[in-house]
Structure formats: C-alpha cells, structure tokens
Design a protein. Structure first.
Length: 437
C-alpha cells in the first residue's frame, strides 16, 4: 500500500511522485560503509553550535552507498528509541558528497580545538574535505527558515519538521587521485578511494592533521598534503603499491608508520615520518607463512592465493598490528595479531564471518562483519569472542567507538545504523521502514 501523506489530487505532480519512489528504493537497498563520531564544539563561540544547543561529541556522521553523508544528533537517536517506543531516528541533515558510493571517512580536529574536519573517499575517485562548521551553519539557516515559515503560517514545501534537510555544502578540499601503474602495463579504470587514514596527533597537540593517506581500488597508496593539496605516490617499480585493491589502512603516530591491507593477500608497512608514505619498509605474507617477505617478485605474487585483508588497526603503542581476513583455509574468516618488532604473526583465531570493520580499545578488540553481531575479543585475541546480536544490520561495514562514553556505532546493509551502549544494549538506531509492503 502506497502512503498518501502530503498527496493532493488537485496539484498532482507525476515527476515528484516518481522521484519520491526512486529515493525510497535507493534508501531501501543502500549500504552504510562508514560511520564516525564527531564533536560539534567550535572555537570562538561559533554561533551555529550555540544556537543548535549541541554538546561536545554528540554527533554521528555516516557514509552511504547513495553518495551522501548524513549527520545524526545522538540525543535524538537515544530519545526516539528509549522514550518514544523504539522509533527509528531521522538524520538532522545530509549532503551529496560523491558521485557513487562513499566508502570511507576520516576525522580530525584543527589546531587548538577549533573546527572538526571530515574527509571522505568515494567511487568517483575523489577525496573531499568538509568543515563541520559549514554543515552546522547550513543546518542553522535551514532551521531558521522553517521557523519563519511556521510563524507566517505558510504552506509546507516538503522541508518541514521531521523531514531530512538536504544541504548544499562546498568542500574545502577536492582532489582526484591518479591511476597507479599497472604491473602488466594495462590501462585500468579510474580508481575508487576505498580507505583513508590521517597522520594527526591523537593527543590533540601540535599543528593538527598534516597528511591524509588514501588507498585505492587499483592498489595505489597516495599521500595528500592537507594544507596544499599536493599529492605524492610511491612507484610500483620501487616496491610500492599493492597488486590489487587496498581495502583498509591505519596510521600510528607513535610508530610513524602506515599499514595497508589489500586484496592481494599482503599487509604492507610504510615509513610515514617524513612527507607521507614514500617507502614500503615491510611486506607481510598473511597466509600460512605468517612472516615478512620481499615486496616484489615471485614470493609476493604467491600471496595472491591468500584471503584478502579486510580490516586492520594498530595497537596504541604502535608495536602490534591486528588484522581481519576473508574466507580461507576452511574458515569463514580470521583475525591475526602481528609483532612488528619480530616481523611475524604471533596469534591467529578463526571467526564465523568475514571481519569487515575493527576498533582497538585499550582492553578489547571490537569487530563487525558479514553477520548480524558485534564481536568482542581480548586485546591479545586470547579465547573466543563474545557476540552481541545486532537487530538491524544483517552485514556491517562501518564501526566506531565514542572516545568518552564508550558508545558504539555500527552501520551496514539496508541503510541501517545502530547505536549501542558500552555494555552492548541498543540505545538508538536508524532503520529503513517501507510503507509500500
């Protein structure tokens, strides 16, 4: 049954009706590939933050396969779920970020706790940067316009209360990444940006983020200067780049290293201390060998038989690396722990699903993947993981941990977003509901 909300037979617009049906179809079969908690605390008494009555770190940004970024207020998500009978939350606003899916997000604070910067990578091969203050300013203007319309008792234009505000936000950074050199000399399609990492001080000191690292579907690893937009890329002939797409990456400030995981069955470490990742320092065979191998040649090509590395994260000290791998060796997936000092794998456990996103907390490792569950493992991957069922995500790709409250955000197939407390209880979410079934 099709809903007739807002329908008037005296002013029927076929195109508007068709656009609405198309949008619902896209949302129903969309996927949330990444999510990130951000802070709305802005410097110099920013008017947008004060007028919206936002507290620090009460926002959630999600990246969707529709090409949009969406901004949620956590207080609204919790209120609608706990006080309004487990209702699905509505985004405060959204804006078109890429042509095609948005696969990855990275966030950072500007110097001295100023603005929050969002970086997104998409299927169109672009890396774009957004200022949270610009988004909040656009949302504030939208809300003021709605208040004026209500005071003047004007007819709604489809942007009233309860409707998602679609903003037009201009990025402060937009760079299209080049193709990497093919090992066979072939010309590939323009690469999609599948992973991002920032070289920013986790303590919040210093001059803010300086370098943004991007991994692409053609195996390229690029370094982008945030201030100037200048690109640098390692050459494949010098042992740089993966043979297949880069699915995940992470940067360790304490170790000065960048780690990348790929479909080619290897994990590579890069020296990121000076001007980006120009030199590959180690290549790990994630298969049966579980050790460091040459970065090129026959031994590296043999790693193509290994399962892909789907997610990885550094431990806080930068001495250990935790990785998630796809199906192989008779198991649906696996997790591994690597000693970077010894250059070899020291622990590996099988999983019941393919790990697709990972967060390393001080005392545990959180993992989501191709099943409707959040798994918690000990920091050393000792013993079986503890599973907590997810109600809405059949397969999860996005995962983030709130730095202060311990809340967990999970995003995945069907456009679903779930908010969990630090103890695993669901406290909010955004689920697609259809009025046509």
């Amino acid at each position: 049954m099709v809903s007739t909300d807002g329908f008037d037979c005296r002013s029927y617009d076929l195109q508007t009706y068709a656009d609405g049906i198309h949008k619902k179809r896209l949302e129903r079969f969309s996927t949330v590939y990444a999510c990130a908690f951000v802070s709305s605390t802005l410097g110099n008494g920013d008017a947008a933050a004060s007028s919206l009555a936002l507290a620090p770190s009460d926002l959630l940004v999600t990246a969707s396969s529709t090409g949009h970024l969406r901004l949620f207020r956590l207080v609204d998500m919790v209120t609608r779920w706990t006080a309004a009978g487990q209702q699905s939350a509505q985004p405060a606003c959204s804006w078109a970020a890429h042509v095609g899916a948005v696969y990855c997000l990275a966030t950072a604070r500007t110097p001295r706790g100023g603005d929050t910067l969002l970086f997104s990578g998409g299927d169109d091969g672009y890396v774009r940067g957004w200022r949270l203050s610009d988004v909040l300013a656009g949302l504030q203007a939208r809300e003021l316009k709605q208040q004026q319309q209500q005071q003047q008792q004007q007819a709604p234009d489809g942007s009233g209360a309860g409707a998602e505000a679609v903003l037009e936000v201009r990025p402060f950074l937009a760079v299209r990444l080049p193709r990497a050199e093919s090992p066979l000399g072939a010309i590939s399609l323009p690469p999609a940006v599948q992973s991002l990492a920032l070289s920013s001080d986790p303590a919040g000191e210093g001059s803010g983020p300086t370098t943004l690292f991007a991994g692409c579907s053609d195996g390229g690893v690029h370094s982008l200067d945030v201030a100037t937009g200048a690109l640098s890329s390692p050459q494949r002939a010098e042992g740089g780049c993966h043979v297949a797409g880069v699915l995940t990456m992470d940067h360790s400030w304490s170790a000065g290293s960048l780690a990348t995981g790929s479909e080619d069955g290897t994990v590579r470490l890069w020296d990121a201390r000076i001007g980006g990742a120009r030199a590959c320092t180690s290549t790990f065979d994630t298969g049966a060998a579980g050790r460091s191998v040459p970065g090129s040649g026959a031994e590296a090509l043999r790693c193509l038989r290994n399962p892909p590395t789907t997610c990885l994260r550094f431990e806080a000290s930068g001495s250990w690396l935790l990785c998630g791998h796809g199906a192989g060796g008779g198991s649906a997936g696996s997790l591994s722990m690597w000693s970077l000092g010894m250059g070899q794998r020291v622990q590996q456990v099988s999983t019941t699903a393919v790990p697709q996103a990972m967060v390393v907390a001080p005392s545990e490792v959180l993992v989501v993947g191709s099943e409707s569950a959040l798994c918690r493992y000990s920091a050393a991957l000792e013993g079986p993981g503890v599973k907590q069922p997810l109600q809405g995500c059949r397969s999860a790709f996005g995962l983030d941990l709130h730095p202060r409250t311990g809340q967990v955000a999970v995003g995945g197939a069907g456009g679903a977003v779930e908010l969990l407390s630090r103890y695993g209880k669901k406290t909010g979410g955004c689920l697609f509901t259809s009025d046509e079934d």
